[in-house]
Design a protein around this ligand. Structure first.
Ligand code: PMP
Length: 321
């Protein structure tokens, strides 16, 4: 779907997957004026195709658009694009356990213009790709590298938007994490407060069952995190969303007050954090309490997503009807 300053959103069409043409001066190639979303479609036992809280993705894409000086895509157009893609061939949605169709909506500045100002021509696309089970051999805890040299976002920056630049800046720290034998990187705000991983939010588990998660205007507001915290609140867990310092985690882990941590996001859903490694310290969570909680919340949420557990919050939205 195209957007221009004069014509608004126009020309929705579905076309076969393939390369797209861009002018070499397209603003996105130079100034990274682009945003995206990620969500999954699931095949239920009754054959229906459903997705999880897509209105939240639509709203987040609008917030990202405002920050990146892109036009807001109306929610109906966003939802309709998902339905239109499924209508082409619902067989794309795989049916093996824990598989899904990953949906990637994205928007970018396509105006050919080398001056630095918001583009007047923009394109919105949606592509899809079948996704295999994320943990084919069962969920494995991840080890995390604490990045102290690099920040992902700063105050007033683009951290809360789902925009490519945030991911570009996390590639080098992510590669560093791999060199240290870790799968993910954790970023701090102002060198002090927990922020998030390269592509997941983080939650700490206290001995009394309280869940702690960072509050910050420079992290991506994860839809998985919001859902997991709601399921935990339904079970009677206290939830605290507030700034959390690295020291609080280190001291809480040392005193036994913090018994574990997990990461969450659309791709992996929930994954326990085994170890946090820093330049000069290491936190090891070996107790089973937090891992069991993380895995049981994961089981409940994936149960809702795949239609095995009652969807009492009305989160699933049908795409094929
Ligand atoms: N933070 C970042 C930086 C991410 O890329 C993602 C994945 N979209 C998340 C958090 C988790 O968000 P969600 O639960 O909506 O997938």
């Amino acid at each position: 779907i195209c957007w221009s300053e004069k014509g608004g959103w126009h020309r929705p069409r579905v076309s076969p997957y393939g390369p797209i043409q861009l002018d070499p001066a397209a603003a996105v190639l130079h100034y990274a004026q682009e945003i995206f979303e990620g969500l999954k479609a699931y095949r239920h036992a009754d054959g229906s195709i459903r997705t999880f809280r897509p209105y939240e993705n639509a709203a987040r894409m609008q917030r990202s658009a405002r920050r990146m000086a892109l036009p807001e895509l109306p929610v109906e157009i966003f939802i309709d694009s998902l339905k239109q893609l499924i209508a082409v061939d619902a067989d794309w949605v795989p049916s093996a356990p824990e598989t899904s169709l990953y949906l990637r909506p994205f928007m970018f500045a396509k105006e050919a213009f080398l001056g630095v100002r918001p583009a007047k021509k923009v394109a919105y696309y949606l592509i899809a790709s079948p996704a295999a089970a994320y943990f084919p051999g069962g969920v494995q805890p991840v080890n995390i590298w604490l990045s102290t040299h690099y920040a992902r976002a700063g105050k007033g920056g683009t951290g809360a938007a789902k925009t490519g630049g945030n991911y570009a800046s996390s590639l080098l720290p992510q590669a560093e994490a791999h060199e240290k034998g870790c799968q993910q990187v954790l970023f701090l705000d102002e060198g002090k407060y927990l922020e998030e991983l390269g592509g997941m939010n983080v939650v700490l588990v206290k001995k009394d069952g309280t869940l702690l998660t960072p509050e910050s205007d420079s992290i991506l507001e994860g839809i998985t995190r919001d859902s997991i915290l709601r399921l935990a609140a339904d079970r009677g867990h206290q939830i605290e969303q507030r700034p959390i310092t690295l020291d609080e985690w280190r001291e809480g882990a040392a005193s036994g007050d913090i018994v574990g941590a997990f990461a969450c996001g659309t791709a992996a859903v929930v994954v326990p954090i085994g170890r946090l490694l820093g330049e000069d310290f290491e936190i090891v969570h070996s107790g089973p309490q937090a891992d069991e909680l993380a895995l049981s919340l994961r089981e409940e949420l994936t149960g809702i997503q795949y239609g095995r557990v009652e969807d009492r919050h009305g989160w699933m939205v049908r795409l094929d009807a």
